[in-house]
Design a protein. Structure first.
Length: 279
């Protein structure tokens, strides 16, 4: 049961009300179906992190932190650095978030962020190998949902990428086969692409972009499409049960591509002054 304008609505009635609005190119918060909420990005907020970023979209607020250590590579990728993504849905962000170990929603969020970054090959992991098969960088990406009003996927990907792109990490060099820290010197994580994701909600045969919490409660299903560049899809995740009509897949890809271009433009505008070698 949700309240809209002070009135309680069962899910089915809410679904029909939202669908009727969409038929008239409207939504509860005044947006059009394909319009996302404004994206605000702030970087370098956490002094003890190597990189950090806070991203808000409407009432949803995400913070991402980056830490880089030295470790051993995975046996199947001896010539690549390691990357690990963790996500936490803080109980203070929503009444639907429970304290305790990460639930399936947090695990799914971490997986989406990981796939968007990894499958887009956003980081040149080979450049963070110091001694092949022995010593590589280990990149930890931590995502925290601070406030929630729907769609934590898109701001989480943006926050993670912004934090990676603006991070300053310790510099190392190999002398006589031994890895040594270069005191007082820092370098950047080698970034090749700036991936973003676009969360789509489906009401029967209609698509909306960046659903709010109320809209998510009544969706038929939802889809997250990650874009490496404006012409290359990195990941697709259907994150809720429900039917996905094949007839609207092409439209979903087209709409998400257009929104991804806007997201990436906003990301670049926010961090461009901190970038030197990012294409």
């Amino acid at each position: 049961m949700y309240r809209v304008g002070g009135k309680p609505y069962p899910t089915k009635i809410l679904h029909d009300k939202l669908y009727e609005l969409i038929l008239h190119e409207k939504r509860l918060d005044g947006r059009s179906p394909y319009e996302s909420r404004p994206v605000n990005i702030h970087t370098n907020l956490i002094d003890k992190a190597d990189g950090s970023a806070q991203v808000s979209m409407g009432g949803t607020k995400i913070i991402a932190g980056i830490k880089v250590d030295i470790g051993s590579p995975y046996p199947d990728t001896p010539n690549q650095a390691n990357m690990t993504v963790n996500a936490e849905l803080l109980p203070l962000a929503s009444r639907t978030f429970e304290p305790g170990p990460p639930d399936e929603r947090a695990i799914e969020l971490a997986r989406v962020v990981d796939r968007c970054i990894r499958e887009s090959k956003a980081i040149d992991l080979e450049k963070l190998v110091y001694i092949p098969g022995q010593k590589v960088a280990v990149i930890y990406i931590d995502i925290y949902v601070l406030d929630y009003d729907g769609n934590y996927f898109d701001p989480s990907v943006i926050a993670a990428v912004a934090a990676l792109a603006t991070a300053k990490i310790k510099k190392y060099e190999v002398i006589d086969g031994i890895l040594k820290l270069v005191e007082g010197e820092y370098t950047k994580i080698p970034i090749r692409r700036l991936p973003v994701s676009v969360n789509l909600g489906l009401f029967m045969d209609k698509i909306i972009v960046d659903p709010t919490a109320i809209e998510e409660s009544a969706l038929d299903t939802s889809l997250i499409i990650g874009w490496s560049t404006e012409d290359e899809i990195a990941a697709i995740q259907k994150n809720t049960p429900g039917r996905l009509p094949f007839s609207i897949v092409e439209e979903a890809v087209r709409v998400s591509r257009e929104v991804s271009i806007k997201y990436r433009k906003r990301l670049i505008e926010s961090i461009a002054w901190q970038l030197e070698d990012t294409p």
